[in-house]
Design a protein around this ligand. Structure first.
Ligand code: ZN
Length: 411
């Protein structure tokens, strides 16, 4: 036993347990472990979770809010325009420097797995992707990182971007990104999705697209994405982020789409933070939330995740980043307030994300990867309510972050 975590409270289990870790694996989980570990951590009755996920993060653009002008309209198109100015002079070293700062903050908050979106297109070339691949090297041992080759300016709208995506995948990017709703026509959106599947098949990669990130009820690329996932044999290998147009669909069409998404095994990523500030900017009152139909998706058994899209950039000026904040945000916006619903929200940054990333050895049981977080709260409910410090963060059996907080009421 290289490391033992004592007195850990686990989800869905009475009492406390000790967790024995040997090298990068969990060796045993028992009410009381005999013997002593090379290193010991006392969870003192606090909740221990498996490592947390952020499955959708534009780390190449993070912290640009420190150097760029604010987004006056608050809309996505203006954010894209502002960022393009900066991307013309993207430098991989500079991108990696910003990304590492934000990723380190995420690790301190218990994130042990990130899926990072790198803009790939004719404006910034491959430099964003090169920057995030560098960041991945620098944080090796602290967290797992997947890099998505993401065509932020579209494919039909940005001739040459498809070839650059191909290059980015050869360079080491793990996932094929996409942005079909941003194309000018439905035909172009479908061609965009076709191209992404061709690339995914050629390189044997999974797909994660940003889909229907608009209030327009006519934005319907999720339908075609789900259809392609079924027809191309990509069940369980496709994720769709945002899907805010679902909020505008009529209920009958929405029910059909929820059913198609479930049948196709498409994961839906809800990025509540950014959609709450960017969506419905053209609405008067009442304003839509601009969020995918989370409760209907959950009821149909769809794999739903919650992720931190942006950290202080022209799209969104906040972001810690912290997966527990993502749980709280999705619980608010999707009205997940009952005890079992709060658990469902917690699943979104843990087991559901692991399923989307197709990680089989995830969890707190003998044989699982030793990625663990000691949260300074005794239950899931309190963890979401307080978003307290993560006392210890363990990655592959090694403690990689530690937090201590002293608060005192003075009289
Ligand atoms: Zn995004």
């Amino acid at each position: 036993m290289d490391l033992v975590i004592r007195n850990a409270r686990l989800r869905g289990r009475q009492g406390t347990v000790d967790i024995a870790i040997a090298k990068d694996r969990i060796e045993a989980v028992l009410p009381k472990l005999e013997g002593e570990g090379g290193k010991e951590i006392d969870a003192a009755g606090d909740l221990v979770l498996p490592g947390l996920f952020n499955l959708h993060f534009h780390a190449d653009k993070c912290l640009l809010g420190e150097v760029m002008r604010p987004n006056v309209s608050g809309t996505l198109p203006e954010a894209i325009e502002i960022t393009n100015d900066f991307k013309r002079k993207y430098d991989p070293e500079e991108v990696a420097g910003r990304a590492v700062r934000a990723l380190e903050a995420g690790v301190k908050n218990g994130t042990t797995f990130f899926r990072l979106f790198a803009d790939v297109g004719t404006i910034g070339g491959l430099r964003g992707a090169q920057g995030l691949l560098l960041a991945r090297e620098r944080l090796r041992g602290h967290c797992d990182i997947q890099v998505v080759a993401f065509p932020q300016e579209g494919l039909a709208r940005d001739p040459g971007a498809a070839e650059l995506l191909d290059e980015a995948l050869k360079l080491g990017c793990d996932i094929v990104g996409g942005l079909p709703w941003y194309e000018y026509t439905d035909a172009d959106a479908r061609a965009h999705i076709d191209t992404c599947f061709e690339l995914a098949k050629r390189h044997d990669r999974d797909i994660h697209m940003l889909v229907d990130d608009t209030d327009d009820e006519n934005s319907r690329s999720l339908e075609y994405l789900a259809l392609k996932a079924m027809r191309e044999g990509f069940n369980g290998r496709v994720a769709a982020s945002h899907c805010g147009a679902m909020a505008a669909y009529n209920d009958v069409y929405a029910a059909k789409i929820v059913d198609m998404v479930a049948t196709a095994g498409v994961t839906i990523s809800c990025n509540a933070h950014i959609n709450l500030v960017c969506s419905a900017r053209l609405d008067r009152e009442p304003r839509r939330r601009g969020i995918a139909r989370v409760k209907e998706l959950l009821a149909r058994g769809v794999n739903v995740v919650s992720a931190q899209d942006d950290v202080n950039d022209p799209y969104y000026p906040f972001g810690k980043p912290d997966p527990l904040e993502c749980v709280s945000m999705v619980a608010h916006v999707a009205q997940l307030t009952l005890p079992h619903e709060i658990e469902q929200a917690m699943d979104m940054v843990t087991v559901n994300s692991a399923k989307a990333a197709r990680i089989a050895d995830y969890g707190i049981a003998a044989g699982c990867r030793a990625d663990l977080v000691v949260v300074a709260a005794p239950s899931v409910h309190e963890a979401v309510r307080l978003q307290p410090i993560r006392r210890h963060v363990i990655k592959s059996g090694r403690e990689v972050a530690r937090s201590v907080l002293t608060q005192e009421l003075l009289r």
